[in-house]
Ligand binder design. Structure first.
Ligand SMILES: C[S@@+](CC[C@H](N)C(=O)[O-])C[C@H]1O[C@@H](n2cnc3c(N)ncnc32)[C@H](O)[C@@H]1O
Length: 319
């Protein structure tokens, strides 16, 4: 038997060391220090995220996958079949792979900032689906969502699962969805959105008993150390995550356990005990509010599917 082809991979994201450094330093020196959630990912961060999805408390992955499985035929009818399927923040590519049977994509395009993890996920997937043309794109889509000519033209299905849209504030989400609208090239958006629910359920999902989410959050400091030549000691920081009802979002922070000075090449900052670094937001929506956001971004004909408890929603909308 001939070997299945290796998926094509385009490394669009050549981390611009100076720009990454500027972004990180600006955030660390801000009065309320912050680091963007994209810095949570990398070889270890992506594995820790996969571990989170197996936790009892972390319902979003399981519930979203069950909605997609239960409604695969209707979702395929709404999205159309035999189109390029572009998976934004593909991670281990498992959710998209679950849709191959229903969507019969003409090409699978997996996009992620965590380049090595994506390369390995996609290589495994290509072995399992040797006849499906696959393309990996290593890119940071928070800068710009520009797809290269190697992505087949539209109409395309843009798949944005995992409620990752919640990492953007609603204003940023609108701007991002407008870019997604253009990338659909006359096709559809298939997007997973976590819904507002009981605070105790939300808090537990982002602060599990085993401490896996804590490790995921603390690992950001290791990533910052590597990128900036910094000397954060993760043992001196504590993971904190809770639902903030006024802004309808989970806020994830790292809190200094003791007063300390953190150094990096060309700079430093003193953190007092209790001072925080804001590392992630995860906005939770009401279905009508998210449908309105899709409409403002230019999408029409929105349909949605949800689970019995209405914990999570999957939307399809036309570009
Ligand atoms: C919450 S995980 C979701 C993974 C998978 N799609 C799922 O639903 O289980 C978010 C994914 O988006 C990727 N990601 C985060 N920020 C990104 C960015 N700015 N550009 C590209 N990928 C990004 C991460 O590396 C990670 O694989």
């Amino acid at each position: 038997m001939p070997n299945p082809p290796a998926p094509a991979f385009l490394q669009l994201f050549e981390p611009d060391a100076a720009a990454v450094r500027d972004e990180l330093v600006q955030g660390l020196l801000a009065p309320h220090a912050h680091v963007a959630p994209k810095f949570l990912y990398g070889p270890l961060g992506s594995c820790l995220f996969d571990a989170i999805t197996l936790l009892d408390e972390y319902y979003p992955t399981r519930v979203e996958a069950s909605i997609l499985e239960a409604n695969a035929a209707a979702v395929a009818e709404a999205c159309g079949t035999a189109r390029p399927l572009v998976d934004l923040g593909a991670g281990n590519c498992a959710k998209a792979a679950g849709l191959f049977g229903a969507l019969q994509p003409s090409q699978y395009v997996a996009v992620d900032i965590s380049v090595e993890f994506l390369r390995q996920s996609l290589a495994r997937l290509q072995q399992a689906h040797p006849a499906l043309p696959m393309l990996g794109l290593g890119m940071d889509f928070s800068r710009a969502l520009t797809l290269p000519p190697a992505v087949l033209p539209g109409p395309r299905t843009l798949f944005y699962p995992g409620s990752s849209i919640g990492n953007f504030d609603p204003d940023e989400a609108l701007a991002f969805l407008r870019q997604v609208h253009a990338a659909c090239d006359g096709g559809k958006l298939l997007i997973g959105v976590d819904l507002v629910k009981d605070k105790a359920v939300l808090d537990a999902a982002y602060d599990d008993a085993l401490g896996v989410t804590a490790a995921f959050n603390l690992n950001l400091l290791r990533n910052v150390n590597a990128l900036l030549g910094a000397d954060f000691d993760p043992a001196q920081w504590q993971h904190v995550a809770a639902f903030e009802p006024v802004r309808s979002r989970i806020e994830m922070h790292l809190v200094a356990r003791s007063p300390q000075v953190v150094h990096w090449r060309g700079g430093e900052r003193r953190f007092e005990a209790g001072e925080r670094i804001h590392t992630e937001n995860s906005c939770k929506y009401r279905p009508d509010d998210f449908a309105a956001l899709l409409h403002d971004a230019g999408f029409r004909g929105t349909r949605l599917w949800t689970d019995e408890r209405r914990w999570f929603a999957v939307f399809v909308a036309s570009a």
